[in-house]
Design a protein around this ligand. Sequence first.
Ligand code: GDP
Ligand code: MG
Length: 163
Amino acid sequence: MSLTLAIVGRPNVGKSTLFNRLVGKRLALVDDQPGVTRDLREGEGRLGDLRFTVIDTAGLEDATDDSLQGRMRRLTERAVDMADVCLFMIDARTGVTPTDELFAEILRKRSKHVILAANKAEGAAADAGVLEAYGLGLGEPIRLSGEHGEGMTDLYAALMPLA
Ligand code: GDP
Ligand code: MG
């Protein structure tokens, strides 16, 4: 059985950018099937010699503030239930927000394994946010830059024992 990794976190932290880096063009063809939701994107992820299924929780970008919390919770819980491990992403440039705290709470209750990723961590501007991430109670954050491909060896090291 291969590993399934769900990338979760609030909108705009960089989930889809990392998804695209891991999956490239190897997207599962779920969009062609009638009645299949586009809220969760699935693809074949590769990192070094690791092969795994990646789930991107999309579908929150168009939610209004009012509907965001409920949708986020439902969508995240669905992704968590499908996954063996969750990569919970925060934006290290912004630091930890109340919405991030909400995600952390969902994941602490529901997920088997959580990898905490402080993304957009290229450069010193992210240092304060990375330190804040320790306060989420989900262990040591991995410093990532999905856009620049930094921190991928640390992500590999976190995934390798689970694969
Ligand atoms: P999502 O809503 O969580 O899927 O976030 P996206 O992947 O769509 O990215 C949101 C924005 O953050 C885009 O403008 C990206 O270019 C930017 N972004 C993503 N990853 C990084 C990163 O590692 N560093 C920086 N500085 N920006 C990033
Ligand atoms: Mg996205």
